[in-house]
Design a binder for this molecule. Sequence first.
Ligand SMILES: *Cc1c(COP(=O)(O)O)cnc(C)c1O
Length: 387
Amino acid sequence: MHDFSDELAHLASQSLLRTRRVVDGPQGPLLMVEGRQMLSFCSNDYLGLARHPEIVAAGIAGLQQYGMGAGASALISGHSTAHEKLEEELARFVGLPAALSFSSGYMANLGVIGALVGTGDTVVVDRLAHASLIDGARLSGASLKVFPHNDVARLAQVLARCPVGRRLVVTDAVFSMDGDLAPLAELAAVCAQHDAWLLVDDAHGLGVLGPHGGGSLAQAEVRSPHVLCMGTLGKAAGVAGAFVAGEASLIAWITQRARTYMFTTAHPPALAVATSASLALMARDDWRRERLRELAAQLRQGLAGLPWALLPSSTAIQPLIVGDNAAARALAAALRDRGIWVPAICPPTVPKGSARLRISLSAVHTPEQVDQLTAALQSLAEEGAHA
Ligand SMILES: *Cc1c(COP(=O)(O)O)cnc(C)c1O
């Protein structure tokens, strides 16, 4: 029987074998990792809410009210008053007419794309779009076209050549490995011209960008009946799950047709209660977004002039480009020896030759902790760790 040991050995020889480290205790800048305390710049808990006492208390109250499991899919009997309330709040949070919640962002993207397009239709994807968008496009059966990263003119050409049928354009709002922003207003305009829907994946913008954290579309002031927003709740919101928001008729159709919504158990009602608490905190605590911007500016200043370049990014995601896979892993290992955890991201997650450290910041990092990271990278640069 084939047991994949050769393939695993091959991955190991290419420095491409993925490993998991076991974290003990709650999320935060300081993590207990296999018996050792590490300063972490790994997490997508951008606002520092994953362990927030108000969210934890709401989750506990939700468990006491509803018990643990939802018991069935939402369309059978799994849709609770907590889910219903959360969907209204999610729509209001992003300023769109209606919202539908999913168990994860991956499932939302698969379900939404498959509900909107199928055989005979076209889905056009930014080259750097998240894997879940690519997988959703492939699974939908629609013809899959790719446009160069953030290239609105090329997207217009692709749309102009589309055959008859429905058209859907999909993109990240904040690119997860680069931290840069999609030109949402221009994309929405081109989509309107070519009668295409635009699905914006705001996994990294929700809670972080826009007035009161309303997300990338709110920041770009894009409002169009052709635009749908997918937001994840496991990142800045610090909980779990995801949602799609848009025109009421589109959301009603997605409720009828998204297979990852229909054929899965609804997520626990207590999670919906905790998420409602998180939305209230995200809207209220503007200081978290301000702190994040201050820390990003501090990091960028501290890393200027090093042999590795930071990509231009105004978000919590600050990628430091190393280039070579083994060099990126060596740099991450050298930081780990100093008690600092930053993930090295290698192909195929990012293009060949652009292996990087993906530094992610959280509003609850202290300036001293950011100084610790910049000082460690400066001393590694002086030691020639990049050579
Ligand atoms: C994390 C992420 C997802 C998946 O969301 P989950 O809720 O973690 O499944 C989708 N899109 C992007 C851009 C992401 O970064």
